[in-house]
Design a protein around this ligand. Structure first.
Ligand code: SF4
Length: 119
């Protein structure tokens, strides 16, 4: 079985794009429905300490699919490239999910659809 993780990234928690959703409820639903093996939240993965976080989390880790729900997946791909390289984590195992400007139900639905289809 593929090991799956889900991280929420929320632009410091102050950006209006994430104000309509309850981020803890989104993750708790994912936990209740066992969508993934583990969940987490980071306030700013595209910062220097976000790189460090990825390195610490992913170096030698058993993670086949890392879902990051936050900003645009193409932006994520560019911003996380160096961190994944430093961690030796295959970029193809990262799957970005756009959840900006959604409410709790909307964000959860998009996350669930992406994880269930493996996109
Ligand atoms: S990675 Fe995306 S969602 Fe996370 S802080 Fe940076 S811009 Fe915001």
């Amino acid at each position: 079985m593929a090991k799956k993780g889900l991280l929420l990234c929320v632009c410091l928690g102050t950006c209006p794009s994430f104000q309509k959703m309850d981020i803890f409820e989104v993750l708790n639903r994912a936990r209740r429905e066992k969508l993934v093996d583990w969940v987490g939240i980071h306030p700013q993965l595209c910062s220097d300490d976000g790189d460090e976080y990825f390195k610490t989390l992913l170096q030698g880790a058993d993670v086949d699919e890392l879902y990051v729900a936050g900003c645009d997946p193409n932006m994520q791909r560019k911003m996380f490239r160096d961190a994944f390289e430093m961690a030796g984590f295959p970029r193809s195992n990262h799957k970005g999910i756009e959840i900006r400007n959604l409410d709790t139900d909307g964000a959860y639905t998009v996350i669930k659809e992406n994880i269930e289809t493996g996109i």
